[in-house]
Design a protein around this ligand. Structure first.
Ligand code: ZN
Length: 273
């Protein structure tokens, strides 16, 4: 069996539609726009055989009708958002499993950004010698490199718990985020944790990647645990920064998370050279 390939299809201003392929077979995640997906399939000679959806926002589902006009494939997505996503054929909830391209994905419900948001996690395969891809996570707008999704529908408690589940995945898990937000996320993270050496190092690397026109993702769980303040609520430096910013003592992790998310929502990055 040929190995799994995963490539970003850039769309809109800063979305990544992830294209998974094995040989000539392909799966696309969150096709907000059909045209770049059609182009990528044609260019690579790939046959689309399934679509995975994480949540109902238009920049994640806007291309469904056009993609399905040309072909009939299963469309997997969150049961809890079925009423706002036309075209879903397979409704998923926490603990469900989906098999595509020879990989099994487990569904993890991650409410916060939207209430029905789901993520897809695939553990490492059973040691198939040709499989180059270890554990991987398709997390939509829940976890970003250096940040997390905005709380459009859920509560801070929900998002904090959702991120906790993702943070508990194996460190080597590759994290496929759906937006190139790393730079602005790190501008904020550096204000929260100016003493974080791993973060300082990453900031240099991210700027170099972006200057070369390269994506900064996928990331990994172990990397995010080192640099992402939203996964570092339990770090004294993060808690202290949040307390200093809000001017009051905040101890409970979910409250630290809530205050950190509010701070990020209001944050305007300083001008940079
Ligand atoms: Zn979204």
């Amino acid at each position: 069996m040929t190995s799994l390939d995963i490539a970003p299809i850039p769309a809109f201003a800063d979305n990544y539609l992830w294209l998974l392929s094995r040989g000539a077979r392909a799966v696309v995640v969150d096709p907000g726009d059909a045209a770049p997906v059609q182009a990528a399939l044609a260019e690579r000679g790939l046959q689309l055989e399934a679509i995975l959806i994480t949540h109902h926002h238009p920049d994640h589902i806007g291309g469904l009708a056009e993609l399905l006009a040309a072909r009939q494939v299963p469309v997997y997505g969150p049961r809890k958002e079925a009423s706002s996503i036309r075209h879903l054929t397979d409704l998923l909830q926490d603990g469900d499993q989906v098999e595509v391209l020879g990989r099994r994905f487990e569904v993890i419900e991650v409410p916060g950004h939207t209430l029905g948001h789901i993520a897809y996690y695939s553990a490492a395969t059973d040691g198939a010698a040709t499989e180059l891809h270890g554990p991987l996570l398709l997390c939509g707008d829940t976890l970003f490199s250096g940040g997390c999704g905005r709380l459009f529908e859920g509560t801070p408690e929900q998002m904090h718990a959702s991120l906790g589940r993702l943070a508990a995945l194996p460190g080597a898990t590759q994290v496929y985020c759906t937006h190139e937000y790393t730079r602005s996320n790190l501008q904020f993270a550096r204000v929260v944790e100016p003493g974080n050496a791993a973060l300082a190092e990453y900031w240099v690397r991210v700027r170099a990647l972006l200057a070369d026109g390269l994506p900064t993702v996928p990331s990994s769980i172990e990397h995010e645990l080192r640099i992402n303040p939203f996964l570092r609520i339990d770090q004294p430096a993060v808690r202290q920064a949040v307390q200093d910013h809000s001017g009051q003592p905040i101890e409970a992790p979910a409250e630290v998370f809530a205050a950190l998310r509010r701070w990020k929502d209001e944050f305007r990055p300083p001008a940079e050279p």
